[in-house]
Design a protein. Structure first.
Length: 400
């Protein structure tokens, strides 16, 4: 009965790792998926995470009961505080409902399913380009996806005029997906002044913001600074959705821990919204897993551990910045044609190199460099040792 099923293509991002794993070359480098590696090229478990896990293991009172449908209450409260700030009026007025979800993807999906069921507008505008999974998540949830201009290949920066025009002509009430910081894949964010203009425009047209916050702490190295865009929108008293992921900033990739928050007009509305979120979650996966959320809650509620986390997070962000400078210098040293200053200007985990599909294919074939076909490099996968090899590959790709 399944003989008609056709072979599906690999995922454009996760499939890069599949191809990398198959390559026997000793010089291969995986710069595909956005996952942090140490200078030794190893995945990193933060010390503070290990410490939290030890505390959890030693606590014999802990059990493996089901969590409530909405997840671990402490985790939800602390996650909302992390993104909205401890002095957030919306939190003080109990206008926010937060539910624990399966990392960023799960939070986006639950939010999108809720909107498809309970929000009058089913059109969501996503930036062009955006994370490859966004259109799939929203389409499968029943929303209709449109794009707004975001990136300007000519300047390798923000197409702010295009963004304002496209959001300005969006239908009243449309949903708009915004990357809270460290835009994936471009590494290009609006300035705070531009965010303020975006906010004014969106509020004037009742456009509903849906923030994807997957890199809090990775853009500036400061958790508070990286939440400014979200806090600006929350401060004006209007509604918004925010999806948070702890995959990158706490290195909890495989624990699948994240949160969806919906800021409402009143505590009464927030309670009703939460009751409906439970109806979305229960038939999907009943309730979220307990371990990852317990790690996060343990760290967030202890000021010492929280501080330790910020230091380890900053160290990850700083290593990525150092990789940017090393790659930029290596290209300059080779006299590689082109202006590569965007490598040091872009922020977060990725460099959107401007290399085209053919050049990427060439680098994979000839140099065993694995990256997404849109020319995105995960700087977090780079090491001082592999910089010269990557620079050689880029140089050859643009001069071939
Ligand atoms: C990425 O963009 O590489 C990450 O967000 C990982 C993923 O799930 O795609």
């Amino acid at each position: 009965v399944f003989a008609h099923v056709v072979q599906a293509p690999e995922d454009p991002i996760l499939g890069v790792t599949v191809a990398y794993n198959k390559d026997p070359s000793p010089v291969k480098v995986n710069l595909g998926v956005g996952a942090y590696r140490t200078e030794e090229g190893k995945p990193l478990v933060l010390n503070v995470v290990r410490r939290a896990e030890q505390l959890l293991v030693n606590d014999r009172s802990r059990v493996k009961e089901y969590l409530p449908i909405t997840g671990l209450a402490d985790f939800n409260k602390l996650s909302a505080k992390l993104i909205f700030g401890s002095d957030s009026p919306a939190l003080q007025e109990n206008r926010v409902t937060t539910v624990q979800c399966l990392s960023g993807t799960g939070s986006l999906r639950v939010g999108a399913e809720f909107l498809a069921k309970h929000y009058h507008q089913h059109t969501i505008y996503i930036p062009q380009p955006t994370w490859g999974n966004h259109p799939k998540v929203f389409t499968l949830a029943g929303l209709s996806v449109k794009t707004y201009r975001y990136y300007d290949p000519a300047t390798r920066g923000l197409n702010f005029q295009g963004l304002l025009e496209d959001l300005g002509s969006a239908p009243l009430g449309a949903i708009v997906l915004l990357h809270a910081c460290a835009h994936n894949p471009t590494g290009v964010d609006p300035t705070l002044e531009q965010w303020e203009q975006i906010r004014q425009l969106m509020r004037s047209k009742a456009l509903l913001p849906f923030f994807d916050s997957a890199y809090q702490g990775f853009a500036s190295g400061s958790l508070d600074a990286d939440a400014q865009s979200v806090r600006m929108f929350a401060a004006d008293g209007g509604e918004l959705l925010a999806a948070q992921s702890y995959a990158k900033n706490m290195g909890l990739y495989g624990e699948r821990v994240g949160a969806l928050s919906i800021v409402c007009k009143s505590a009464n509305v927030a309670a009703k919204v939460e009751s409906q979120l439970k109806l979305v979650i229960r038939p999907m996966y009943s309730s979220p897993p307990i371990h990852g959320a317990s790690i996060v809650a343990t760290i967030l509620k202890d000021s010492g551990m929280y501080h330790e986390w910020t230091i380890e997070l900053k160290a990850m962000a700083d290593r990525i910045i150092s990789m940017r400078h090393q790659l930029f210098d290596a290209l300059r040293a080779r006299g590689t044609p082109g202006d590569w200053s965007h490598i040091i200007k872009q922020i977060g985990m990725f460099t959107f190199t401007g290399l085209n599909t053919e050049q990427v294919a060439f680098m994979t074939k000839e140099y065993h460099i694995y990256m997404t076909s849109d020319g995105r490099i995960s700087m977090a996968g780079l090491r001082s040792r592999t910089v010269p090899h990557l620079a050689d590959a880029i140089h050859a790709a643009v001069t071939q």
